[in-house]
Design a protein around this ligand. Sequence first.
Ligand SMILES: Cc1ncc(COP(=O)(O)O)c(C=O)c1O
Length: 379
Amino acid sequence: MIDRIRQQVREAYGRAVGRPRGELVTPALILDLDKVRRNIETMAELRKGWRAALRPHFKAHKSPELARLQVGAGTGGVCAATVWEAIVLTRSGMDDVLIANEVVGREKIRALAAGARGHRLTLAVDDPRNATEVADALRAAGGRLDVLIDVDIGMGRGGVRSAGAAVALAGHVARLPGLRLRGVQGYEGHCMREADRAKRAAKVAGALDRLGAAAESLVRAGFACDVVSAGGTGTCEITGNDARVTEVQAGSYVLMDRFHGVLAPRFVPALTVLGTVITHQGATLVLDCGRKSVGIDFGPPSLADYPFYEPRYLAEEHAIFDVDDRCRLSLGDTAELIPGYAPSTINLYDAYHVVEEGRVVDIWPILPRGPGHVGILSD
Ligand SMILES: Cc1ncc(COP(=O)(O)O)c(C=O)c1O
Protein backbone atom coordinates (compact mmCIF):
# COMPACT_ATOMS: atom_id res chain seq x y z
CA MET A 1 0.00 0.00 0.00
CA ILE A 2 2.80 2.43 0.84
CA ASP A 3 4.39 1.87 -2.56
CA ARG A 4 0.99 2.26 -4.22
CA ILE A 5 0.37 5.60 -2.49
CA ARG A 6 3.85 6.75 -3.52
CA GLN A 7 3.11 5.83 -7.13
CA GLN A 8 -0.37 7.45 -7.11
CA VAL A 9 1.07 10.67 -5.73
CA ARG A 10 3.82 10.71 -8.38
CA GLU A 11 1.22 10.17 -11.10
CA ALA A 12 -1.03 12.93 -9.74
CA TYR A 13 1.65 15.59 -9.18
CA GLY A 14 4.53 14.44 -11.39
CA ARG A 15 3.87 16.93 -14.19
CA ALA A 16 5.07 19.67 -11.84
CA VAL A 17 8.62 18.28 -11.98
CA GLY A 18 10.86 20.70 -13.85
CA ARG A 19 8.62 23.74 -13.31
CA PRO A 20 9.77 26.92 -11.50
CA ARG A 21 8.54 27.01 -7.88
CA GLY A 22 6.29 30.00 -8.59
CA GLU A 23 4.42 28.30 -11.45
CA LEU A 24 2.62 25.42 -9.75
CA VAL A 25 -1.09 24.69 -9.45
CA THR A 26 -2.01 26.28 -6.13
CA PRO A 27 -2.26 25.75 -3.24
CA ALA A 28 0.94 23.72 -3.42
CA LEU A 29 3.21 22.53 -0.64
CA ILE A 30 6.83 23.44 -1.36
CA LEU A 31 9.85 21.85 0.31
CA ASP A 32 13.08 23.74 -0.28
CA LEU A 33 15.73 21.03 -0.22
CA ASP A 34 18.64 23.46 0.04
CA LYS A 35 17.11 24.91 3.21
CA VAL A 36 16.32 21.43 4.56
CA ARG A 37 20.02 20.55 4.18
CA ARG A 38 21.00 23.79 5.91
CA ASN A 39 18.74 22.96 8.87
CA ILE A 40 20.15 19.45 9.12
CA GLU A 41 23.69 20.88 9.10
CA THR A 42 22.77 23.53 11.68
CA MET A 43 21.37 20.81 13.95
CA ALA A 44 24.52 18.70 13.45
CA GLU A 45 26.65 21.70 14.55
CA LEU A 46 24.42 22.36 17.54
CA ARG A 47 24.55 18.74 18.67
CA LYS A 48 28.33 18.66 18.80
CA GLY A 49 28.22 19.90 22.39
CA TRP A 50 25.50 17.51 23.54
CA ARG A 51 25.78 14.26 25.40
CA ALA A 52 22.29 13.46 24.15
CA ALA A 53 21.57 11.87 20.77
CA LEU A 54 19.01 13.32 18.38
CA ARG A 55 15.94 11.21 17.66
CA PRO A 56 14.11 13.30 15.01
CA HIS A 57 10.32 13.35 15.34
CA PHE A 58 8.63 12.12 12.15
CA LYS A 59 5.24 13.65 12.97
CA ALA A 60 6.58 17.07 12.00
CA HIS A 61 6.89 16.15 8.30
CA LYS A 62 5.64 12.57 7.71
CA SER A 63 8.10 12.08 4.88
CA PRO A 64 10.16 8.86 4.82
CA GLU A 65 12.50 10.61 2.35
CA LEU A 66 13.14 13.43 4.81
CA ALA A 67 13.56 10.98 7.69
CA ARG A 68 16.23 9.20 5.65
CA LEU A 69 18.12 12.49 5.16
CA GLN A 70 17.98 13.12 8.92
CA VAL A 71 19.16 9.64 9.83
CA GLY A 72 21.89 9.85 7.19
CA ALA A 73 23.19 12.92 9.01
CA GLY A 74 24.17 10.74 11.96
CA THR A 75 21.15 10.68 14.25
CA GLY A 76 20.18 7.54 16.12
CA GLY A 77 16.68 6.27 15.65
CA VAL A 78 13.54 8.23 14.88
CA CYS A 79 10.42 9.09 16.76
CA ALA A 80 6.73 8.73 15.79
CA ALA A 81 3.45 9.94 17.27
CA THR A 82 1.21 7.09 16.08
CA VAL A 83 1.46 3.39 15.40
CA TRP A 84 0.72 4.13 11.72
CA GLU A 85 3.66 6.50 11.46
CA ALA A 86 5.85 3.85 13.09
CA ILE A 87 4.72 1.25 10.54
CA VAL A 88 5.48 3.62 7.66
CA LEU A 89 8.94 4.19 9.14
CA THR A 90 9.81 0.53 9.64
CA ARG A 91 8.54 -0.31 6.16
CA SER A 92 10.72 2.51 4.81
CA GLY A 93 13.83 0.90 6.26
CA MET A 94 14.07 2.69 9.62
CA ASP A 95 14.79 0.15 12.31
CA ASP A 96 14.91 1.99 15.62
CA VAL A 97 11.56 3.71 16.10
CA LEU A 98 10.16 5.19 19.31
CA ILE A 99 6.41 5.77 19.46
CA ALA A 100 6.55 8.71 21.88
CA ASN A 101 2.90 8.36 22.72
CA GLU A 102 0.39 5.92 24.14
CA VAL A 103 -1.13 3.34 21.76
CA VAL A 104 -4.59 2.39 22.96
CA GLY A 105 -7.39 0.43 21.26
CA ARG A 106 -7.62 -3.21 20.17
CA GLU A 107 -6.82 -2.78 16.48
CA LYS A 108 -4.03 -0.30 17.01
CA ILE A 109 -2.42 -2.56 19.61
CA ARG A 110 -2.74 -5.51 17.24
CA ALA A 111 -1.08 -3.45 14.48
CA LEU A 112 1.65 -2.46 16.92
CA ALA A 113 2.34 -6.06 17.89
CA ALA A 114 2.45 -7.15 14.24
CA GLY A 115 4.68 -4.16 13.38
CA ALA A 116 7.10 -5.04 16.19
CA ARG A 117 7.96 -8.39 14.61
CA GLY A 118 11.43 -8.09 13.13
CA HIS A 119 11.88 -4.41 14.06
CA ARG A 120 13.19 -2.52 17.05
CA LEU A 121 10.18 -0.58 18.30
CA THR A 122 9.92 1.29 21.58
CA LEU A 123 6.62 2.40 23.09
CA ALA A 124 5.70 4.99 25.71
CA VAL A 125 3.25 3.71 28.34
CA ASP A 126 1.57 5.40 31.28
CA ASP A 127 -0.99 2.82 32.37
CA PRO A 128 -0.65 -0.77 33.63
CA ARG A 129 -3.81 -1.95 31.87
CA ASN A 130 -2.50 -0.67 28.56
CA ALA A 131 0.88 -2.36 29.18
CA THR A 132 -0.90 -5.66 29.86
CA GLU A 133 -2.96 -5.36 26.67
CA VAL A 134 0.18 -4.66 24.66
CA ALA A 135 1.97 -7.66 26.21
CA ASP A 136 -1.02 -9.93 25.43
CA ALA A 137 -1.01 -8.81 21.79
CA LEU A 138 2.76 -9.32 21.55
CA ARG A 139 2.41 -12.86 22.88
CA ALA A 140 -0.22 -13.62 20.22
CA ALA A 141 1.89 -12.04 17.44
CA GLY A 142 5.23 -13.40 18.60
CA GLY A 143 6.92 -9.99 18.91
CA ARG A 144 8.88 -7.97 21.49
CA LEU A 145 8.86 -4.29 22.42
CA ASP A 146 11.05 -1.92 24.37
CA VAL A 147 9.17 0.36 26.75
CA LEU A 148 9.65 3.84 28.20
CA ILE A 149 7.57 5.00 31.15
CA ASP A 150 5.89 8.23 30.02
CA VAL A 151 6.14 10.83 32.79
CA ASP A 152 4.11 14.04 32.90
CA ILE A 153 6.68 16.78 33.49
CA GLY A 154 4.28 19.70 33.72
CA MET A 155 2.38 19.69 30.46
CA GLY A 156 -0.58 17.80 31.91
CA ARG A 157 -1.07 15.59 28.84
CA GLY A 158 0.06 11.94 28.81
CA GLY A 159 2.31 10.41 31.44
CA VAL A 160 2.21 9.15 35.01
CA ARG A 161 1.84 11.97 37.50
CA SER A 162 4.63 11.12 39.99
CA ALA A 163 7.96 9.33 40.39
CA GLY A 164 6.19 6.85 42.67
CA ALA A 165 3.67 6.03 39.93
CA ALA A 166 6.58 5.59 37.48
CA VAL A 167 8.19 3.03 39.81
CA ALA A 168 4.89 1.18 40.27
CA LEU A 169 4.35 1.00 36.51
CA ALA A 170 7.96 -0.11 35.97
CA GLY A 171 7.33 -3.00 38.39
CA HIS A 172 4.26 -4.00 36.42
CA VAL A 173 6.06 -3.78 33.04
CA ALA A 174 9.00 -5.83 34.37
CA ARG A 175 6.62 -8.71 35.11
CA LEU A 176 5.14 -8.76 31.59
CA PRO A 177 6.65 -11.07 28.98
CA GLY A 178 7.70 -9.49 25.67
CA LEU A 179 8.27 -6.02 27.20
CA ARG A 180 11.71 -4.68 28.08
CA LEU A 181 11.89 -1.57 30.22
CA ARG A 182 14.49 0.89 28.87
CA GLY A 183 13.81 4.12 30.75
CA VAL A 184 11.61 7.22 30.80
CA GLN A 185 10.32 9.89 28.49
CA GLY A 186 8.74 13.27 29.19
CA TYR A 187 7.70 16.11 26.93
CA GLU A 188 8.12 19.68 28.15
CA GLY A 189 5.61 21.01 25.61
CA HIS A 190 4.29 23.59 28.09
CA CYS A 191 7.67 25.35 27.89
CA MET A 192 7.44 25.87 24.12
CA ARG A 193 5.11 28.83 24.44
CA GLU A 194 7.59 30.86 26.47
CA ALA A 195 9.26 33.24 23.99
CA ASP A 196 11.71 34.64 26.58
CA ARG A 197 14.76 32.36 26.46
CA ALA A 198 15.80 32.77 30.10
CA LYS A 199 12.28 32.09 31.37
CA ARG A 200 12.00 29.12 29.00
CA ALA A 201 15.31 27.72 30.29
CA ALA A 202 14.08 27.99 33.90
CA LYS A 203 10.82 26.23 33.05
CA VAL A 204 12.64 23.48 31.15
CA ALA A 205 15.00 22.94 34.10
CA GLY A 206 11.98 22.46 36.38
CA ALA A 207 10.41 20.00 33.95
CA LEU A 208 13.63 18.02 33.57
CA ASP A 209 14.00 17.89 37.37
CA ARG A 210 10.74 15.96 37.39
CA LEU A 211 11.96 13.62 34.64
CA GLY A 212 15.34 13.21 36.35
CA ALA A 213 13.61 12.41 39.66
CA ALA A 214 11.53 9.69 37.99
CA ALA A 215 14.67 8.24 36.34
CA GLU A 216 16.54 8.23 39.67
CA SER A 217 13.63 6.57 41.44
CA LEU A 218 13.59 3.81 38.84
CA VAL A 219 17.32 3.19 39.29
CA ARG A 220 17.00 3.24 43.10
CA ALA A 221 14.23 0.65 42.85
CA GLY A 222 16.54 -1.58 40.79
CA PHE A 223 15.11 -0.98 37.30
CA ALA A 224 17.04 -0.26 34.10
CA CYS A 225 16.91 3.38 33.03
CA ASP A 226 19.30 3.73 30.11
CA VAL A 227 17.04 6.06 28.14
CA VAL A 228 15.88 9.52 29.22
CA SER A 229 14.06 10.95 26.21
CA ALA A 230 12.66 14.51 26.04
CA GLY A 231 12.67 17.77 24.14
CA GLY A 232 11.51 19.45 20.97
CA THR A 233 12.70 22.12 18.57
CA GLY A 234 11.76 24.97 20.89
CA THR A 235 13.75 23.57 23.83
CA CYS A 236 16.44 21.46 22.16
CA GLU A 237 19.27 23.89 22.91
CA ILE A 238 18.42 23.65 26.61
CA THR A 239 17.32 20.02 26.87
CA GLY A 240 20.16 18.75 24.65
CA ASN A 241 22.67 20.29 27.06
CA ASP A 242 21.14 18.71 30.16
CA ALA A 243 23.41 15.87 31.31
CA ARG A 244 20.45 13.79 32.48
CA VAL A 245 18.91 13.57 28.98
CA THR A 246 20.07 10.82 26.60
CA GLU A 247 18.00 11.73 23.52
CA VAL A 248 16.16 14.74 22.12
CA GLN A 249 12.91 14.35 20.18
CA ALA A 250 13.08 17.51 18.02
CA GLY A 251 11.26 17.33 14.69
CA SER A 252 10.15 20.73 13.41
CA TYR A 253 13.71 22.10 13.07
CA VAL A 254 13.97 20.51 9.63
CA LEU A 255 10.93 22.36 8.12
CA MET A 256 10.34 25.22 10.54
CA ASP A 257 7.32 27.55 10.68
CA ARG A 258 6.45 30.87 12.29
CA PHE A 259 5.78 29.34 15.71
CA HIS A 260 9.15 27.60 15.91
CA GLY A 261 10.91 30.54 14.23
CA VAL A 262 10.42 32.60 17.40
CA LEU A 263 11.83 29.82 19.60
CA ALA A 264 14.68 28.53 17.42
CA PRO A 265 15.69 31.36 15.06
CA ARG A 266 18.92 29.68 13.91
CA PHE A 267 16.86 27.35 11.66
CA VAL A 268 15.40 28.65 8.38
CA PRO A 269 11.89 28.14 6.94
CA ALA A 270 12.15 25.29 4.42
CA LEU A 271 8.40 24.75 4.06
CA THR A 272 6.06 27.12 2.26
CA VAL A 273 2.61 27.03 0.70
CA LEU A 274 2.32 28.57 -2.75
CA GLY A 275 -0.91 30.51 -3.28
CA THR A 276 -2.44 32.60 -6.07
CA VAL A 277 -3.90 36.09 -5.71
CA ILE A 278 -7.58 35.55 -6.56
CA THR A 279 -8.86 39.00 -5.55
CA HIS A 280 -7.17 42.38 -5.24
CA GLN A 281 -9.76 45.04 -4.43
CA GLY A 282 -8.45 48.30 -3.01
CA ALA A 283 -6.26 47.42 -0.03
CA THR A 284 -7.61 43.86 0.23
CA LEU A 285 -5.49 41.05 -1.15
CA VAL A 286 -6.92 37.52 -1.16
CA LEU A 287 -4.97 34.32 -1.85
CA ASP A 288 -6.47 30.91 -2.54
CA CYS A 289 -4.92 29.24 0.51
CA GLY A 290 -7.14 29.34 3.58
CA ARG A 291 -7.45 27.02 6.54
CA LYS A 292 -7.92 23.98 4.30
CA SER A 293 -4.39 24.45 3.01
CA VAL A 294 -2.47 26.15 5.85
CA GLY A 295 -2.44 24.89 9.45
CA ILE A 296 -3.02 27.75 11.89
CA ASP A 297 -2.81 25.90 15.24
CA PHE A 298 -0.23 28.16 16.84
CA GLY A 299 -0.73 31.26 14.75
CA PRO A 300 -1.43 32.49 11.23
CA PRO A 301 0.88 32.25 8.21
CA SER A 302 2.88 35.17 6.84
CA LEU A 303 3.78 36.13 3.28
CA ALA A 304 7.42 35.10 2.75
CA ASP A 305 8.24 38.24 0.73
CA TYR A 306 6.09 40.60 2.82
CA PRO A 307 6.75 39.61 6.44
CA PHE A 308 5.33 42.94 7.69
CA TYR A 309 1.73 42.04 6.74
CA GLU A 310 -0.32 39.93 9.14
CA PRO A 311 -3.37 38.20 7.64
CA ARG A 312 -6.66 39.82 8.67
CA TYR A 313 -8.45 36.49 8.48
CA LEU A 314 -8.14 32.95 7.17
CA ALA A 315 -11.37 31.54 5.79
CA GLU A 316 -11.64 27.98 4.49
CA GLU A 317 -10.34 28.83 1.01
CA HIS A 318 -9.11 32.41 1.47
CA ALA A 319 -6.10 34.07 3.09
CA ILE A 320 -7.04 37.74 3.43
CA PHE A 321 -4.42 40.48 3.84
CA ASP A 322 -4.77 44.26 4.15
CA VAL A 323 -1.94 45.65 2.03
CA ASP A 324 -0.55 49.04 1.08
CA ASP A 325 1.55 50.47 -1.74
CA ARG A 326 4.56 48.33 -0.75
CA CYS A 327 2.71 45.31 -2.17
CA ARG A 328 3.57 44.51 -5.78
CA LEU A 329 1.26 41.50 -6.12
CA SER A 330 -1.67 41.63 -8.52
CA LEU A 331 -4.42 39.32 -9.68
CA GLY A 332 -3.11 35.94 -10.82
CA ASP A 333 0.34 36.36 -9.24
CA THR A 334 1.62 33.64 -6.96
CA ALA A 335 3.17 34.16 -3.53
CA GLU A 336 4.59 31.85 -0.86
CA LEU A 337 3.25 31.67 2.68
CA ILE A 338 5.24 30.52 5.70
CA PRO A 339 2.78 28.46 7.77
CA GLY A 340 2.08 29.30 11.41
CA TYR A 341 2.52 25.61 12.24
CA ALA A 342 4.07 23.08 9.86
CA PRO A 343 2.87 19.73 11.30
CA SER A 344 -0.81 20.56 10.83
CA THR A 345 -0.09 22.10 7.41
CA ILE A 346 1.65 19.11 5.84
CA ASN A 347 -1.12 16.81 7.07
CA LEU A 348 -3.52 18.57 4.68
CA TYR A 349 -1.50 17.57 1.60
CA ASP A 350 -0.77 14.44 -0.41
CA ALA A 351 2.76 15.45 -1.31
CA TYR A 352 5.66 17.86 -1.19
CA HIS A 353 6.88 19.63 -4.32
CA VAL A 354 10.59 19.22 -3.65
CA VAL A 355 12.50 22.23 -4.96
CA GLU A 356 16.19 22.74 -5.64
CA GLU A 357 17.60 25.96 -7.13
CA GLY A 358 14.11 27.28 -7.77
CA ARG A 359 12.69 24.29 -9.67
CA VAL A 360 10.68 21.23 -8.71
CA VAL A 361 12.98 18.21 -8.80
CA ASP A 362 10.79 15.56 -7.17
CA ILE A 363 7.45 14.72 -5.55
CA TRP A 364 7.59 13.19 -2.05
CA PRO A 365 4.45 11.72 -0.49
CA ILE A 366 3.10 12.65 2.96
CA LEU A 367 2.82 9.26 4.66
CA PRO A 368 0.56 8.57 6.44
CA ARG A 369 -1.57 11.60 5.59
CA GLY A 370 -4.39 12.58 7.96
CA PRO A 371 -5.25 10.14 10.78
CA GLY A 372 -3.27 7.70 8.69
CA HIS A 373 -4.76 4.29 9.29
CA VAL A 374 -6.66 3.74 6.07
CA GLY A 375 -4.95 1.06 4.06
CA ILE A 376 -1.55 1.25 5.74
CA LEU A 377 -1.81 -2.38 6.81
CA SER A 378 -3.18 -3.87 3.66
CA ASP A 379 0.12 -4.96 2.13
C1 LIG B 1 6.15 13.72 22.47
C2 LIG B 1 6.71 14.83 21.67
N1 LIG B 1 8.04 14.92 21.53
C3 LIG B 1 8.62 15.91 20.86
C4 LIG B 1 7.86 16.88 20.22
C5 LIG B 1 8.62 18.01 19.56
O1 LIG B 1 8.34 18.26 18.28
P1 LIG B 1 8.86 19.58 17.55
O2 LIG B 1 10.31 19.53 17.49
O3 LIG B 1 8.22 19.42 16.24
O4 LIG B 1 8.35 20.77 18.29
C6 LIG B 1 6.48 16.84 20.31
C7 LIG B 1 5.64 17.87 19.67
O5 LIG B 1 4.45 17.93 19.72
C8 LIG B 1 5.88 15.78 21.05
O6 LIG B 1 4.55 15.70 21.20
